[in-house]
Design a protein around this ligand. Sequence first.
Ligand SMILES: Cc1cc2nc3c(=O)[nH]c(=O)nc-3n(C[C@H](O)[C@H](O)[C@H](O)COP(=O)(O)OP(=O)(O)OC[C@H]3O[C@@H](n4cnc5c(N)ncnc54)[C@H](O)[C@@H]3O)c2cc1C
Length: 401
Amino acid sequence: MTPLKEEALPAVTDTSHGAPYPDGDLLLLEDLLTDEEIERYHAARAFLQREVRPIATDYWNRAEFPFELLPRLAAQNLSGLNTSSHLLSGLIQMEFARADTSISTFFGVHHELVATAILDLGSDEQRRNLLPDLLALKKIGAFALTEPEHGSDISRSIGTTAERVGDEWVLNGAKRWIGNGTIADYVLVWAKDVSDNEIKGFLVEKDREGFRTQAIENKTAVRIVQNADIVLKDVRIPFTNWLPGTTSFRDTNVLLRNSRVWVSWQAVGQQFAAFDVAREYALKRHQFGKPIASFQIIQSQLSKMMANATMSLSLMIQMARLQDSGKLTMDQAALAKASCTDRMRESVALGRAMLGGNGISTDFEIAKIFADAEAIYSYEGSYEINSLLVGRAVTGISAFI
Ligand SMILES: Cc1cc2nc3c(=O)[nH]c(=O)nc-3n(C[C@H](O)[C@H](O)[C@H](O)COP(=O)(O)OP(=O)(O)OC[C@H]3O[C@@H](n4cnc5c(N)ncnc54)[C@H](O)[C@@H]3O)c2cc1C
């Protein structure tokens, strides 16, 4: 019988073990923040470690969503919309994924993609009517771009259409992988306007006739996220459900550029999550009469994980500066996404292996972290596609065509 986590490892009260950097903050992050930001960062981290991390594995195992968490989550003001500092909001996003990637993904899709789209690209009426409930997490948003037949090439080959008929739009098509899709009140559907062949964003309420969602089951990553297949068959919505700031894919790309940075922060959080679990385990687990943390190979592996995390973090600090100065481009966001997820994949594998057999059971968290990393690697532009964007940026040649 597999021993319970508590029985397998002796209880340790002092988790620092006298180490000067038990949480891996070798970059002295707080030096980059104001006193008020430090307070917010600590409060967010404490909340996420206290309220999100302990419940995540159980929900992950059951592939269920913790609705009861939403009021407490909303009260924390963790959204990037609530801070003018890109570094602080990035660090909070990092801590979110450090606690749990699924719940971080739910929150990111809802806030960074849907609420931000309405704030930046919506009409005054949409902002007034929809944002209060969305920001309070009383209503949930989903972002529907990917389709069953088109993922990486969606901007060229999108199949979903929107046709204006009088005071309405009529939407037809299918979407796949849509995070929050089965639980969302509003789904931001991207479709090609047949009158000018441009891709635009349309808000579809969940109870519209002809709008159908089906949960994607049997996932091996981010199992708390309720991903959906969606079918739109002659779905009629008012003309005013179109986000007027979306006139072509260029507008979608602005959102994707920023969310690509958010996902890169997630990849850093995943690395710290793996480090946290692996370090603690290595200190507690004894083999050959000593903690495995005393073996040189294990220390070298922890050092590698730390190097990956701090290099990724350094890059993200510069991304936040570029966002602050308004200079961030898609090429830079792609560099961040590709490199942080590449390092993440190496680190979660090192962490998983460090737990030996126990690394295969979600009871010890690392198996969840290991599996979730694969979703981050593939969504928000796969590793390969983001690498190709960087390749194009430095050669002037597009390998896409
Ligand atoms: C857990 C999860 C959550 C998601 N949430 C959402 C969401 O909320 N909303 C949404 O719209 N989408 C969402 N997605 C979809 C995600 O963005 C896509 O999966 C991603 O863009 C890749 O598309 P695809 O799966 O169709 O793969 P494909 O585009 O079919 O790619 C398959 C493989 O081919 C590679 N490839 C493709 N083209 C090239 C090329 N030119 N050169 C080299 N390699 C290439 C890719 O890198 C990949 O390895 C989610 C996906 C997952 C797994």
